[in-house]
Design a protein around this ligand. Structure first.
Ligand code: M6R
Length: 363
């Protein structure tokens, strides 16, 4: 049942404020502490994290790497499951292996988990289907509470994965004594503010629709992001190619000069995901490099960022202001909505894109 929406993907995007609230309620106590299901995780017994997943779940892991490293000071390795399993990497002692999968049935992710059995100190999964193989074979399975996701393009599962991973990073930071109590409390209240923020973000869908009509004309689109926005750029490009069939690639903004800038001309839109944060000035100079080559910049930022970017930006998408820590979760919305409206403008089969399956249970 699409609940009045044209596609399951649209319904699932719109559901995000509600399901995120459910996710939060399941982990955040009224005392402001983060509670994990039994048997929990002893983060003082862990020195490093190995995160493994595929597709959008892999981008959730890449995002979480910034959180675990910056907030909990835990070194993190992230890999796609198909590479990890055959590389047979050494797993040092005091390693927590963390697997992220919406379906819990992705063949490569399950094989990577089995490879870690008997090697990692603890095997934890972040899943949407509690009775799935990956959940059953983990020492601890953390449900994301996104509800059934039908659209092949993952949307609400991604933001719920991010939310659980952020809570896990905060819990790790707290247990390891890596975070001040007031900073922890600020981050928790940022999390509590997420559902309302997401509602405001969804309210900007019409602006994204107008931009998407223009993107639908393009043959190639680049996405750029820096820091924690880099995985979001990757997710935006994946979402777009998956459902609109437009060739899209993402780069860390700082990599532009190292090759991709050669692709830029007046036909190439460049979507820049960049709230005004400590790295924004560097992003502005990347945008200027694109504009000097007549590339069409679509800037996704907050009001302050858009004001600072100045003239020459082709399309501006203003997002609500938000605490930096939750920005990747809020900015998942423009990644999803730009792809969705572009696909609708092109008339593709949004919920069942060609050649793709919802769950990849074979290699
Ligand atoms: O069920 P999983 O989370 O393990 O699936 C992983 C990927 O197959 C999945 O995220 C895929 O990339 C989506 N179609 C992306 O929208």
């Amino acid at each position: 049942d699409k609940a009045g929406h044209k596609h399951f993907m649209a319904k699932e995007i719109a559901e995000q404020p509600g399901v995120l609230n459910t996710t939060l309620v399941n982990y955040l106590g009224t005392d402001g502490e983060i509670t994990l299901p039994d048997p929990g995780i002893d983060f003082t017994a862990i020195d490093r994290l190995t995160m493994v997943a595929c597709g959008t779940a892999y981008y959730a892991c890449l995002t979480a790497k910034y959180w675990f490293e910056q907030v909990a000071r835990l070194p993190v390795e992230v890999d796609v499951a198909s590479e990890f399993r055959y590389r047979e990497p050494p797993i040092p002692g005091r390693t927590l292996a963390l697997f992220v999968s919406q379906s819990g049935e992705t063949a490569d992710t399950l094989a990577a988990l089995r490879y870690c059995e008997g090697k990692a100190d603890k095997i934890v999964s972040v899943i949407n289907v509690p009775e799935s193989s990956i959940a059953r074979e983990s020492d601890l399975a953390l449900p994301i509470h996104a509800g059934v996701e039908v659209g092949v393009a993952s949307t609400k599962a991604f933001t719920c994965q991010l939310t659980v991973l952020l809570m896990l990073a905060l819990r790790a930071a707290r247990d390891r004594g890596a975070i001040d109590a007031d900073v922890f409390a600020d981050h928790v209240s940022a999390l509590r503010g997420l559902p309302a923020l997401m509602t405001h973000g969804i309210d900007r869908s019409a602006v994204m629709q107008a931009t998407a009509r223009k993107l639908a004309e393009a043959r190639d689109i680049l996405f750029l992001g820096r820091g924690v926005m880099y995985p979001l750029a990757l997710e935006g490009a994946l979402k777009l190619k998956e459902i609109s069939y437009i060739h899209a690639e993402a780069y860390a903004s700082g990599e532009l000069k190292h090759g991709p800038i050669a692709l830029i001309d007046k036909h190439v839109p460049v979507v820049v995901m960049a709230p005004k944060d400590g790295l924004f000035d560097k992003t502005v100079s990347n945008m200027q490099e694109v504009m000097a080559r007549k590339g069409k910049v679509v800037l996704v930022s907050n009001a302050a960022g858009i004001a600072e970017a100045g003239d020459g930006v082709w399309e501006k998408i203003a997002m609500p202001d938000c605490p930096d820590i939750v920005a990747p979760i809020l900015y998942a919305l423009p990644a999803q909505l730009l792809a969705y409206h572009t696909a609708v403008a092109k008339g593709t089969d949004v919920d069942q894109p060609r050649n793709l399956a919802k769950s990849v249970t074979v290699e």
